[in-house]
Design a protein around this ligand. Structure first.
Ligand code: ARG
Length: 477
């Protein structure tokens, strides 16, 4: 092996296997070649290697293929060894003024930013699916729940928009983390910088980074950018798991509010009638793995002394797993929700169940009879206890018993009682900012549709900057 050579002698199979990161390094193979290329271009420009040497190294890097790599405890060692086996001693000039410590941190940031950009696109697309669905359902009355008990009527659009707003925040969180991820640690070397006259800004520019992780000690030591993205992903998955849970509940025969498309359902090996919401269940289940990855990464980083420690290698696989699981979950949720059938008749029928209009009845009493809300709450509470839909007589007698008033003598008409008990009218009245009244929901929808378009534009712009830089770098010889 390239590195142990004269210093340590041979390594045993099982020690090599134990310390190796080769399995997870497949994620950073391409990025490592880019990092090598940028570093060599810079070494050449700075006159630290000759133009011919630089050109030979770069040409050889172009021919390195992952499947042909030989031994090495990580991809960095394997690539360097492969390079030297191809072009001899001159290949050994590549590692001038750098270390695997800054190299690996740079690779992780390159792959991570790429995956964040893809995830942001897919998250935006899921958000758009929710908005499109909401647009069709601003008038679809549905039961709203607290404590999973029928609470007050709302609309399907209002409910879907609530999930969409959580996803907007999840996207914002990733967007906030992105500029901290997209900084270059390259040139920090092992931790103490280097005496060679390298140009860190140049490698940062070549690799499409916006600035440096400046302090060379910090640059190789920190994985806080990984931790924050793992936290972003965990929160995003917690939000998805809540959506998944509702898909699961709503597709039971007890609720019967939704029918999943067969594509997103599974059946049973023994019970031929079963149609199970396995995709949604796995979104819920994988959330556990993703939260676990955050905990693992936090715990690995805890109390590590500066600067680089090999423990850091153990963090990275959790990042890749979380990113790919989250991406999968976002895509599956998108398909699952956009293809589901909402049983609007059953939803509308459920909207008035459990005296869910009780709050509006109390509110109406307050408006018409000027009774304090707490008193109205007690009157309607007494009516609710009977379990029957209240008549005007019921209302009068409860009000008389509790507050010594008869609403029917105070201008509260039977028509008013009927309206208060009508879920659709309940919803129409709730037109304050953020409320479910169709016009207010339509306003929110319009504003959010603009935001989705703006997000798409911003992510495409970030993607364009990264791709532009990398394309330029790939063209350099
Ligand atoms: N495979 C290592 C990692 O992922 C690369 C850095 C190794 N550095 C070292 N000093 N052994 O962290």
């Amino acid at each position: 092996m390239l590195l142990r050579g004269e210093r340590l002698g041979e390594i045993s199979e099982d020690v090599l296997e134990f310390i190796s990161s080769r399995e997870a390094d497949r994620w950073i193979f391409e990025a490592d070649l880019l990092v090598d290329r940028a570093h060599v271009v810079m070494l050449k420009e700075q006159g630290l290697i000759s133009p011919e040497e630089g050109t030979r190294i770069i040409a050889a890097l172009d021919r390195i293929s992952e499947s042909e790599l030989g031994e090495g405890e990580d991809v960095h060692e394997a690539i360097e060894a492969d390079l030297i086996s191809r072009i001899g001693e001159v290949g050994g000039r590549m590692h001038t003024g750098r270390s695997r410590n800054d190299e690996v941190a740079t690779c992780i940031r390159i792959v991570l930013r790429d995956m964040m950009l893809s995830l942001m696109v897919e998250l935006n697309s899921l958000t758009k699916t929710l908005l499109d669905l909401a647009e069709d359902h601003t008038e679809t009355i549905v039961p709203g729940f607290t404590h999973l008990q029928h609470a007050q009527p709302t609309t399907l659009a209002h409910h879907l928009l609530a999930h969409a707003d959580a996803l907007f925040r999840d996207g914002e969180r990733l967007g906030d983390s992105y500029p901290r991820v997209n900084k270059s640690p390259l040139g920090a070397a092992a931790f103490a910088s280097t005496g060679f006259e390298i140009d860190r800004d140049r490698t940062a520019e070549l690799l499409g980074f916006e600035g440096l992780v400046e302090n060379s000690m910090d640059a190789v030591s920190t994985r806080d950018f990984v931790l924050e993205v793992l936290a972003d992903l965990s929160i995003l998955m917690i939000d998805l798991s809540r959506m998944a849970e509702e898909l699961i509940l709503w597709s039971t025969s007890e609720f019967g509010y939704i029918e999943l498309n067969d594509l997103f359902a599974s059946t049973s090996s023994i019970m031929p009638q079963k149609k199970n919401p396995d995709t949604a269940e796995l979104v819920r289940g994988k959330t556990g793995s993703i939260v676990g990855n955050l905990m693992a990464a936090l715990t690995i980083c805890k109390a590590l002394p500066l600067s680089y420690n090999r423990d850091l290698q153990e963090v990275t696989p959790h990042l890749w797993q979380s990113l790919s699981l989250t991406r999968g979950a976002v895509r599956i949720m998108n398909g699952c929700i956009s293809s589901a059938r909402f049983e609007t008749d059953r939803l509308e029928a459920g909207a008035g169940v459990g005296f869910s209009t009780a709050t509006e009845l109390a509110d109406s009493l307050v408006r018409v009879t000027k009774t304090p809300f707490r008193t109205a709450h007690q009157i309607v509470g007494a009516l609710a206890a009977s379990g029957e839909t209240p008549s005007m007589e019921d209302l009068d007698s409860a009000a008389e018993k509790i507050a010594g008033i008869r609403p029917s003598d105070m201008g509260f008409s039977t028509g008013m009682l009927k309206d208060a008990l009508d879920p659709k009218k309940n919803v129409a009245l709730r037109d304050r900012p953020g409320g479910p009244a169709p016009a207010e929901t339509a306003r929110m929808l319009g504003e959010r549709a603009r935001r989705v378009a703006e997000n798409e534009r911003l992510v495409a712009e970030m993607r364009g900057r990264v791709d532009g830089a990398l394309e330029g770098l790939r063209g350099m010889e």
